[in-house]
Design a protein around this ligand. Structure first.
Ligand code: OFO
Length: 171
């Protein structure tokens, strides 16, 4: 059993995570379109990780004996002005997700739900990593600004990112 407010907020978060997945899949399409296959790969891996986040949330609610009524996922943007713009928007989005996770932790504290509080710690750590990754790529994009060669090298680097599924017990 979950407190009603807690349950509603966790279900909203499933939607946020699947919207994140949709946003990054859309960015993957954008990068493919402008010929940056490595960037597209990076976003594709990010998309899969976000699906994992949504499923982790979903499985947790089910494990607490609750039902889940899924909501519509809104349409993400499909155009950005530049790779830098796309990554700045990615960082902004992740900062929004961090606020959301903090809000969930606040509710868990408010309703004294220790199990959910514990469950959310994984997301707290994950958000630190997510924001750090985005900031690193933004810094690199700023450094190579205007250099086609630099962009080519970064595309190669981002093309090497490999998706690692969350193992079952972590989900
Ligand atoms: Fe990008 O961490 Fe989930 O949303």
């Amino acid at each position: 059993m979950l407190d009603e407010k807690m349950k509603e907020a966790l279900i909203d978060q499933i939607n946020e995570e699947f919207y994140s997945a949709y946003l990054y899949l859309s960015m993957s399409a954008y990068f493919s379109k402008i010929g940056l296959k490595g960037f597209a790969n990076w976003m594709n891996v990010q998309y899969k990780e976000e699906v994992d986040h949504g499923m982790k949330m979903f499985n947790y609610i089910i494990s607490r004996g609750e039902d889940v009524k899924l909501q519509a996922i809104k349409e993400p943007p499909s155009e950005w002005n530049s790779p830098l713009h796309a990554f700045e928007e990615t960082l902004k989005h992740e900062q929004h997700i961090t606020e959301r996770i903090n809000y969930l932790v606040d509710i868990a504290e408010e309703v004294k739900d220790r199990a959910t509080y514990n469950f959310l710690q994984w997301f707290i750590d994950e958000q630190v990593e997510e924001e750090e990754n985005d900031r690193e790529i933004i810094d690199k994009l700023k450094l190579i600004e205007g250099s086609k060669n630099g962009l080519f090298m970064l595309d190669k680097e981002l093309g090497a990112r490999v998706y690692t599924p969350l193992v079952n017990e972590e989900k």
